[in-house]
Design a protein. Structure first.
Length: 664
């Protein structure tokens, strides 16, 4: 194993002998060597932390395609002192959401090329999946000391420019300033995110990030000169969505269509409806997740002294990623777009069509969303108002005044291919993908109100999922088996504590929470449980028969009605995408019964659950949800985060609409 000190000696020698310019060895004449051997950029005055930085190809996109080639396994090595590693852990202990970096060195190998950088930034990343990369708490010695095999797979982010001055730069292969490293949370197939992003790109969705596989080893150097080489297992390496992402997709490059890389880029997460007025005007900003006044009394042994710091956690549903000094102008631009979108008359398809053709690349958006729905991406804009970037290709600076379009950028595809929460992603109608969860998604709903756009959407659904497509079960399994054979031996590490939703071996199943409906497989050939086969059939049936959507302003079945103080509740499984048969236990839980479970009864003829409950005093704002008592300790809420509210008249109002019908 390589030791940290020997790595530093190599770096020092390189810096001394070659003035920061070190050339990689000439590539062998093997099949994985690029046809254009390219040139090594080395290091100049703008990249003081660069040791090796080859550029195998001449353009950004070619180099990115080589680095993120999913058919070739990379090797990532991070070199860090125990003191810096402990600081990373302390940051997490003070605030798990922090985005503070520590100092480290970095090496990446792929094919016959090696990249090396000194003094890069390393931090923990992730949202609900963020973890402390070594188990324990800050008052435990074992939570900091090495050689305990208590390391935990965590998502990481590396930034080659974190510690450079503003006038300095360091771009790996001239095209990227960092990368995201994600372990395969909840995914024993070690497949989903790599497959999803590559399906986008294989179908020409150039706005999608790239993704590939890498092994990850973190070398932690102790003060006594020894080094602990911790193999963290198999990771997905994913292209960052940032300024370099935009530059690689600017006009004149190998692919891409942006007029400018100087427009406003927004990261949009839970609740980003793009409606106007937005639900929360304070949900727009520039995110800050830092720690002020950090104090570690004993940096070498943090558990023996006082640790303190003041976390600053300013998070926003709409987080501006570029042009942060011009936030007001960027916010006004987004508000103007959403206001115009919301004011479109849903009954005037000609005006809607003209507006979208002016403001967006409609064809690209519909292709993107067709693949999104084919993949079964439920944690998305249409359902959860979540997980996308939105880029206004309007120039600033030297390109001020250029008027481009707005682009939807897909993001965070780790929960797809059948791993779904509370409805059946395989069998859900692709033409009504998000209808179960409310009507406040104007970007997709108003676009599909145009008959021409709806037909184009259907066309792409069929084209990207039929037997000739890359999604077809035969082609998909060929690709997945190739990756499985490549990575399976790299999954396990004896140094990792395999806690919940980390998997030490390959398996054709998903996380337990993704098993509420159908336990989909990817590698079998059962037409009832193979996700590719089920999804193909669902899309073909929906798009070929041209089913009419329910456009009635008043629903046919409401989830409850009342007669005096008698409230009758209905739960229709098919309206939630379920194929329940009455053997499942469904309950009603609400503020009016202290959120206790009241079981509903199955009507075999009508195929819904119902019960009448006496509610003497429902309260001022009585809310309720349906509950699937699946036998687990926690059970399962139905309808994601959507609640229903009892009204004082004969029915209830829903915050998440479905095609509910009055009983016969």
């Amino acid at each position: 194993m390589k030791k940290f000190l020997s790595f530093l000696i190599t770096v020092v020698c390189a810096l001394t002998l070659f003035s920061c310019t070190v050339n990689s060895a000439a590539p062998d004449n093997t099949s994985d060597t690029p046809t254009n051997s390219g040139t090594d950029s080395g290091t100049d005055k703008e990249s003081p932390n660069t040791v090796l930085n080859p550029e195998p190809y001449q353009t950004r996109n070619e180099n990115l395609d080589f680095i993120f080639n999913p058919d070739q396994l990379g090797q990532t090595d991070i070199y860090i002192t125990r003191k810096e590693w402990n600081t990373l852990l302390v940051y997490y202990d003070i605030s798990s959401k922090n985005e503070e970096y520590v100092h480290a060195d970095f090496q990446f190998k792929k094919g016959n090329y090696t990249w090396k950088f000194t003094d890069i930034g390393l931090r923990v990343r992730g949202n609900t999946s963020r973890r402390r990369p070594q188990s324990g708490s800050s008052d435990e010695e074992s939570a900091f000391t090495g050689y305990n095999n208590n390391y935990v797979q965590s998502h990481f982010k590396v930034d080659f420019e974190e510690w450079l001055k503003e006038d300095q730069g360091c771009k790996m292969a001239g095209c990227m300033k960092g990368m995201n490293l994600k372990h395969f949370k909840g995914d024993p197939t070690h497949t989903r995110e790599v497959y999803g992003y590559n399906l986008f790109r294989q179908n020409g969705i150039w706005t999608s990030p790239r993704a590939a596989y890498t092994k990850l080893t973190i070398h932690i150097a102790d003060s006594d000169g020894s080094t602990e080489d911790v193999y963290f297992g198999l990771y997905a390496m994913i292209e960052e969505i940032n300024k370099q992402f935009l530059k690689a997709r600017k006009s004149g490059k190998a692919e891409g269509d942006f007029l400018s890389d100087e427009g406003n880029l927004w990261k949009c997460t839970g609740g980003a409806s793009l409606s106007n007025p937005p639900a929360d005007y304070e949900s727009f900003g520039v995110e800050e997740k830092r720690i002020e006044n950090l104090y570690i009394e004993n940096p070498d042994q943090p558990w023996k002294g006082e640790i303190r710091g003041n976390p600053v956690e300013n998070t926003f549903t709409h987080d501006l990623k570029t042009n942060k000094k011009s936030f007001t102008e960027a916010k006004n631009q987004l508000f103007a777009f959403t206001e115009e979108l919301s004011n479109l008359d849903s009954n005037d398809s000609a005006s809607i069509k003209a507006w979208f053709n002016k403001k967006m690349d409609v064809d690209l958006f519909l292709k993107t969303y067709a693949i999104n729905v084919i993949l079964g991406m439920w944690d998305d804009y249409w359902i959860s108002q979540n997980n996308f970037y939105f880029y206004f290709d309007t120039g600033s600076g030297s390109n001020a005044g250029t008027e481009g379009k707005a682009y939807f950028i897909p993001y965070d595809y780790d929960n797809i291919l059948g791993c779904c929460y509370n409805f059946d992603a395989g069998k859900q109608n692709p033409l009504e993908w998000g209808n179960l969860y409310g009507n406040d998604r104007p970007l997709i709903q108003k676009m599909l109100a145009v008959p021409e756009f709806m037909e184009l959407y259907k066309k792409y659904l069929l084209e990207y999922s039929d037997s000739d497509s890359l999604f077809d079960v035969t082609k998909s399994q060929e690709r997945l088996n190739k990756w499985k054979n490549m990575v399976e031996s790299s999954i396990y590490s004896s140094q990792i504590e395999w806690i919940s939703e980390s998997y030490s071996e390959w398996g054709d199943y998903f996380a337990d929470w993704g098993y509420n409906i159908t336990q989909y497989k990817l590698f079998n050939s059962d037409q009832n449980t193979n996700f590719f086969m089920v999804r193909q059939k669902t899309i073909e049936e929906a798009c070929s028969s041209n089913p009419e959507s329910n456009t009635s302003q008043e629903p046919d079945i409401l989830p409850a009605y009342k007669n005096g103080n008698q409230y009758t509740f209905f739960f229709v499984p098919e309206d939630f995408g379920f194929n329940f048969d009455g053997s499942q236990k469904i309950c009603i839980r609400g503020s009016f019964n202290g959120w206790e479970k009241t079981e509903l009864n199955w009507d075999a003829e009508a195929k819904y659950y119902t019960n009448t409950i006496t509610i003497e005093e429902p309260g001022d704002y009585p809310y309720y949800k349906f509950w699937y008592d699946n036998g687990s300790p926690d059970g399962s809420w139905l309808g994601l985060n959507e609640y229903r509210r009892l009204l004082p008249d004969s029915y209830t109002q829903t915050t998440g609409a479905g095609d509910f019908r009055y009983p016969e």
